[in-house]
Ligand binder design. Structure first.
Ligand SMILES: *Cc1c(COP(=O)(O)O)cnc(C)c1O
Length: 655
């Protein structure tokens, strides 16, 4: 594991959501689960949904879009009034938005009409905290104006307190909100769906039973994540306060005088440093995290006796004299977090995110191999022989690494390249075979095994992903390939399906390669090893949003850094990564036995390094090996290389 790292206990978050939705439910309030503090993490949102929240809410449109693309099917609520530049996206992605600016609502209405939709509005009123919202005296007239707009629906009214000026919810201001709702309903003879009575600072009134009955909705973030209400900062019974744990690494351990020495100026942030009267020398540890990553004052050491002294952009200094044990370089010091500290850690790309629980780390769950004797998607025959050359040896080798392995052999009849067929005819044949692979994958995952497909040409990846996505909505993919594989039938110069498979995986291809298309979001995909692209494809690919590491990137960054960057991109939005290995990503000197060789590829050592680095992430959930074209009966060098790569990928641990 790389440090600093934040561990996110999804089971605790689900339990907290469950406790608070039950509590609010008893008082007649529905809960929107707010995930903005985790940068809109789909895993956290899923945990909240599992705990019973009615909607998922965030203040950033891009987070909501990622949530929608990653299988969050609940109603999505935009907490912050959209910007004028976000109108189209808001109507497209979001079900309900909190609004306080009539000009913006007017634009939402116009856009909704254009998109043939109705967009729901919760009109915000400012009950004293002086952040967003119309003044109460303006609410009734504004409600009337909204009701007259054709594209929007007045779904309710709401307020937000405490965040800016610390104004607490009270029986008075909450009653005012309730009265405004009653008046709107009477004046315009409508029924408001939601009367949204604030955030985690409203829980105290809900618990005390002083919340007016008319209020039927709250938006809860901090209380679900950190188990506290925020009016008095009290712990909520039945919740786990430590769902997040920050782990940092000691980079220096030494005994130093507590007093600084020399002439005092300003510190790194322009502040006058605090003085201390302590003249002793004490043991302190320097930790590899800083103000760039978090709010140091919000860190609560888990070991009693450790005290946070302060820090600068990249360093944190803690006093460990009274910790009862020594901390040397390389030791780990753990912290629990306040809200601002958590916000910082989740936002910092330097803090690794580790999700625990709900999808528990499972070791040695067993591997199931499927052979796919397919070359229908290729430029020639040959790849249909790869399962024969690979699967038996692969099973032996993986068993040697200590895995329980089942080899199911070829799971479909061979479908071979035929130059007389149109792309549409080929796709129809491929679809049948890929459906077998999708079913195999679903069954394998249901049996708690790791699906491993051996192709075949690269078009089988659509099949395994088609299955994977039915079971793992938050999955991502790293594809190794020399080619872009991002054509569709219109741009393809050859009509070969393997050159369209990446487009098919994210539903950007007009030919269907599996009955239930994977529909993988482009931001969940990374392509590595690219060096051969058609010109129309280049444009499509560079505009697609798929993260690409070309051979040039690999030369400049090194393979290890490429894998780290790829995983960093994927960890936030995925809970598992499919690895698709098109053997042509390797250099033909090492892997000559492929369907279509391309010079200047990844060398032997880099290829292994990539697989080892991926294994170390613990996020690999399925894999395929494709594009091999062994010669019948020969002891094939390229097949052997592919087997070795899969062993590296699966050698240390699975998932
Ligand atoms: C952040 C936010 C919330 C959630 O606040 P918590 O204190 O984390 O519960 C609710 N509503 C709005 C408008 C917000 O911006």
């Amino acid at each position: 594991m790389d440090y600093p790292a934040i561990e996110i206990n999804l089971d605790a978050i689900r339990e907290n959501a469950s406790a608070l939705t039950a509590l609010c439910g008893k008082r007649g309030l529905a809960v929107a689960g707010v995930v903005k503090c985790t940068c809109g993490s789909p895993a956290v949102a899923s945990a909240m949904v599992a705990g019973g929240v009615k909607q998922i809410a965030d203040s950033r449109l891009e987070n909501l879009e990622r949530l929608r693309n990653n299988g969050i099917n609940s109603e999505l609520l935009l907490l912050r009034s959209p910007m004028k530049s976000q109108i189209t996206g808001t109507v497209k992605i979001v079900d309900i938005s909190l609004n306080s600016e009539l000009e913006i609502i007017e634009m939402l209405s116009t856009e909704a009409v254009r998109q043939r939709k109705k967009h729901d509005i919760i009109l915000m009123t400012d009950l004293g905290d002086r952040r967003e919202g119309l003044m109460p005296g303006d609410v009734i007239a504004a409600a009337g104006a909204i009701i007259r707009m054709p594209g929007v629906r007045l779904a309710g009214i709401g307020t937000n307190l405490t965040c800016f000026r610390g104004i607490l919810p009270s029986p008075q201001n909450m009653q005012l909100l309730a009265d405004l709702a009653t008046e709107i309903e009477a004046v315009y003879t409508i029924k408001l769906r939601w009367i949204s009575g604030g955030n985690s600072s409203s829980l105290k009134m809900i618990i005390d039973g002083t919340m007016p009955a008319k209020i039927n909705h709250v938006r809860l973030g901090e209380s679900i994540l950190l188990g506290r209400e925020t009016a008095a900062g009290e712990l909520l019974s039945g919740t786990e306060p430590d769902a997040f744990c920050l782990k940092t690494e000691v980079i220096e351990s030494s005994v130093k005088p507590s007093q600084p020495e020399g002439i005092t100026g300003l510190d790194a942030f322009g502040h006058i440093p605090a003085t201390s009267s302590d003249n002793s020398s004490r043991r302190r540890a320097l930790l590899g995290i800083g103000r760039e990553d978090t709010v140091l004052e919000g860190l609560r050491p888990c070991v009693p006796g450790i005290k946070v002294l302060g820090g600068s952009s990249d360093h944190l200094i803690v006093d460990v004299e009274d910790a009862g044990r020594s901390f040397g370089a390389g030791d780990i010091i753990a912290f629990n977090l306040t809200y601002p500290a958590l916000l910082g850690c989740m936002t910092s790309s330097y803090v690794n995110k580790h999700y625990l629980g709900i999808h528990p780390e499972q070791k040695n769950i067993g591997i199931r191999i499927a052979g796919m004797p397919v070359s229908i998607g290729a430029n020639r025959t040959g790849s249909e022989l790869a399962p024969e050359a690979v699967c038996t040896r692969l099973k032996e080798k993986l068993a040697g690494v200590g895995h329980v392995v089942e080899n199911w052999g070829n799971i479909a009849e061979p479908v071979l390249y035929n130059g007389n067929l149109t792309p549409e005819q080929k796709a129809a044949l491929l679809l049948k075979t890929n459906d077998c692979l999708a079913q195999f994958t679903v069954k394998t995952m249901d049996d708690n095994r790791f699906p491993l497909a051996v192709g075949g040409d690269h078009s089988i990846t659509a099949g395994i992903l088609g299955g994977l996505r039915q079971r793992k909505k938050n999955s991502g993919m790293i594809m190794f390939s020399a080619f872009g594989e991002f054509n569709d039938a219109k741009t393809s110069m050859t009509g070969n399906l393997h050159g369209m498979v990446l487009a098919a995986c994210c539903n950007r291809c007009d030919l269907r390669m599996v009955s239930i298309p994977p529909g993988m979001p482009v931001e969940n995909i990374v392509l590595i090893g690219l060096r051969n692209v058609d010109s129309a494809e280049r444009k499509l690919l560079s505009q697609s949003g798929i993260k690409i590491f070309t051979m040039e990137d690999i030369d400049v960054l090194g393979m290890h850094e490429v894998i780290i960057q790829a995983c960093r991109r994927l960890t936030h939005c995925t809970d598992g990564i499919h690895i698709s290995i098109g053997m042509n990503f390797a250099d033909p000197a090492e892997a000559p036995g492929v369907l279509l060789a391309s010079r200047g590829g990844v060398n032997y050592r880099e290829a292994h390094l990539a697989m080892e680095a991926l294994a170390a992430t613990g996020m690999v959930c399925s894999a395929d090996l494709t594009e091999l074209a062994p010669v019948a009966g020969a002891n094939d060098q390229t097949a052997e290389f592919g087997i070795e790569l899969l062993c590296s990928l699966l050698g240390q641990k699975i998932i």
